[in-house]
Design a protein. Structure first.
Length: 381
């Protein structure tokens, strides 16, 4: 009845979106369960502030808190481009083996979209989280390691296709049968549990024949081996699509897709492109889940946006909707439904933060705090 949830408030706009999410979730839980259920919020350090205090961007105590409670939520964390630290998000996913990045994409009535029929976009993306180029196996151009790697592949493996070996950086793309199967199995189980008939394997197997092509091959084999009855009965359909074709098709005929299973880099592009069709990543939630252990960390899908931090203008909906996913993960569906309804009502009347309201026909721009209060009032009403 009282759930302890570790949270990382995040960098940049993180503290603002986290405070908004917590206030709205607390209000919905109190309303739905008459005070009989609640969240005990446990702040854990990460990001720039953690480095200043502990000398680490991701202290061990934070990882251990997630392990202890098997759940958590986080605001956006800083990741420099080029040099510096690697992604803290990727570190968490790999360290805790959160092999699914789950990104549901749906449209809320009232939200403006660059496409004519955003209501046709209703997909759930299962993005593999631990392999592919995000494994971080690469060597910088001009280093002894890069030369050693090139010498090995050219002399020992007979690779002659590196056009400019002296100035090339190198990366390795691991894709395993086990990693692919557990991701695709999770997507199939989700589809069956939620009445979504079709699972589409999105890949670039026509070019990367043994990595992305392996993903496709192992997916079909898994479906035939473990879900033959569901396939035969028509309760499940497995198909596949080349990634670049999928990006086009998702614009032209989004209704053709329901559950999407794909590799790490493809999933990054696909989920952000789909989010753009329904209003942008500012209103797109996400979760990182290990379906074997049940561990799940929910997160805002946008960046830290330091240029608007502290100005009371950031849109908190990505982190908020990730919090709603967390409620559903806990089985607290009644509280989740209250938040969905409040958002639908708010957007229908044009009330939103400025990034969304400025595009609405009847838009009424609100600050982050004012929008938060408005959603809470709708929940209480």
């Amino acid at each position: 009845m009282k759930q302890t949830i570790p949270f990382i408030k995040g960098d940049g706009v993180g503290p603002e979106v986290t405070a908004s999410m917590q206030a709205i979730l607390d209000a919905a839980i109190a309303k739905a369960y008459n005070g009989e259920r609640s969240i005990d919020w446990l702040e854990v350090p990460a990001g720039g502030e953690a480095y200043e205090k502990y000398g680490s961007y991701m202290p061990d105590q934070t990882v251990e808190a997630f392990r202890k409670y098997n759940i958590g939520i986080k605001g956006p964390l800083m990741t420099p481009v080029g040099g510096g630290i690697r992604s803290l998000n990727v570190y968490l996913r790999q360290t805790l083996d959160l092999f699914v990045c789950l990104r549901p994409v749906r449209w809320f009535k009232g939200i403006e979209s660059p496409v004519k029929h955003p209501e046709a976009v209703d997909m759930v993306v299962f993005r593999e989280n631990t392999e592919d180029i995000y494994a971080g196996i690469e060597w910088e151009s001009g280093t002894p390691e890069a030369k050693k790697f090139y010498d090995f592949i050219s002399q020992e493996m007979g690779v002659k296709k590196v056009r400019f070996p002296e100035t090339s950086a190198f990366g390795v793309k691991p894709v395993s049968k086990e990693g692919s199967e557990r991701l695709i199995r999770a997507a199939i189980e989700y589809a069956l549990a939620h009445g979504r008939k079709t699972v589409t394997l999105v890949h670039k197997g026509n070019i990367m024949k043994f990595t992305e092509g392996g993903f496709k091959k192992w997916g079909y084999e898994l479906a035939q081996r473990e879900y033959a009855k569901e396939l035969e009965s028509g309760h499940l359909e497995i198909n596949d699509c080349i990634c670049d074709a999928f990006l086009q098709n998702a614009l032209l005929k989004p209704q053709a897709y329901s559950v999407v299973a794909t590799l790490n880099l493809n999933g990054d592009y696909v989920s952000d492109m789909l989010a753009a069709q329904v209003g942008g990543i500012g209103i797109s939630p996400g979760a990182n889940i290990n379906y074997a252990t049940g561990m799940a960390i929910f997160e805002a899908t946008h960046g830290t946006a330091p240029d608007i931090a502290g100005k009371n203008i950031v849109n908190p909906c990505s982190n908020l909707l990730s919090g709603v996913m967390m409620l559903e993960h806990l089985g607290w569906d009644e509280a989740a439904a209250l938040i969905y309804k409040a958002l639908e009502d708010s957007f229908a009347e044009g009330c939103a933060t400025a990034d969304l309201a400025r595009l609405m026909e009847n838009g009424k721009p609100m600050g982050t705090k004012e929008f938060t209060s408005h959603i809470i009032n709708l929940i209480k009403a």
